[in-house]
Ligand binder design. Sequence first.
Ligand SMILES: [Zn+2]
Length: 499
Amino acid sequence: MDEHDAVERLIEVLVDSSCADMVEMVVHSPSAGRYRADAVDGSVTFERRIQGRGWTYEVSETRGRDPLANQRTDRFIGHDVERSARFPDRAANAYPIAFDSIAQFFDSPEAPDLLVTHTARHFADGYLGQHGSLATVQARAPFLAAGAGIRSLGTLARATRVVNVAPTVAALLGLDPHPGGLGPNGSPDAAALLRRQDGEVEQDILDGTVADHVVVVLLDGCNANLLADVIDSGEAPHMAGLLERGVMFGEGSMASLPTATLANHTTALTGAHPGHSGVLHNAWLDRRNPASEPEEVNLLDLEAMWWASTHVSGEVETLFEALERSRPGSFSSAGFEYCDRGASYSTFALVREGDASALPEEDEVRHIDPEAADNGQYRFISRVDHLSLTDTLDCWRGVHGNDAPALSWCSLALTDTAGHDSGPHGALARAAVRDSDARVGEIMRAVEDAGVLERTAFVVIADHGMEQADPEVDATWDAALERTGVSHRDVGGGLIYLT
Ligand SMILES: [Zn+2]
């Protein structure tokens, strides 16, 4: 069987009605610039062409129902709306900015032969909360900003994208364009603030003045509707205060495919999509060297995780590096952040250098919801977040003999852990937003104590969304793929490589 037939055979079984409750669609790139999405009830083929500094997409063929027909960003807005529409069927779902999100993925030399995306219902790995797929709720992260350089606009009735975070923060800091900057299609772009800039500056939210300091808090996997609801109900007073004087994207911030942690942390920090940044997913098969056996990279493996930023391509620039290029000698901090290349202070760099601080003991951790604390994983990740917080606070207090950080990036993981465990509508997920809000409040106070509150912008984001799965739908497609006899590897729960 040749490669083409092998791919078609795998797609055929994956979109069979027997897998329909777990497979949302299968996407692949049959040839350069050509992409196909297959679902149980139809398929679409689309083509990508260069237009100016970006791309244009055109559908060349559809069969049955076009699985990517709805690419709107405004499905399931609001916590109650999302809860009452749990487990949306593929025909009722939307796939925001799907053409661009799919095409960039296959630009990676490490992209698989096929990518299988899970249905909203699929209880893929025993967690009530799921993400990774293309559809709205899994892609939708929050984006909230306030302070120096940010306009006071309240909630905007539109979406942004995770890939726009880095260019927007770069503009907020008044960074210079990269002298060799490339735009979304890889051609020279004199306006690019980062070396490879797939994203756009969200000019609308900026007032044109420069923020001397930017604090970014990344609430991993925080469902955007949940965050808005917790803010609205008065349970997150610090973020409510930010919204009162700042701006939030009411339709959220759409992650790039795959809507997973390592991929979209790197995208948020580089302005480059996962297919261009060198960090394609949490796990993938490194098959760039045809002379050797492909090797699985798994950045969720704790040992590999500390070294995640060594996979970030030399052809992209992190915000930390862009800051150093534009404002040499300024201080930046990366609290528990995977994509830490170029940061003056980094939790992960200390681990790599064998100089890590120990995790705090449970009784040292401030802000653990008393009911959520019954959950061991909640307690453990609260210790991790406490370390990220105290690392960030130490930098604001100048304990390393440093100036106040120009860029202070603090990643918090509890929202993701709790969201997986209870689902985004569960008690743990809600408690995690409250506990994270208290941490945001501590950082705000530290900025105030440093005397630079008026010159500081605060940006609260996530890397991806979180969707409620259905424990009834817990099968896997492994046996169906085995029966084809096609030799393959499934890495990271859906990246299928022919072997
Ligand atoms: Zn994540």
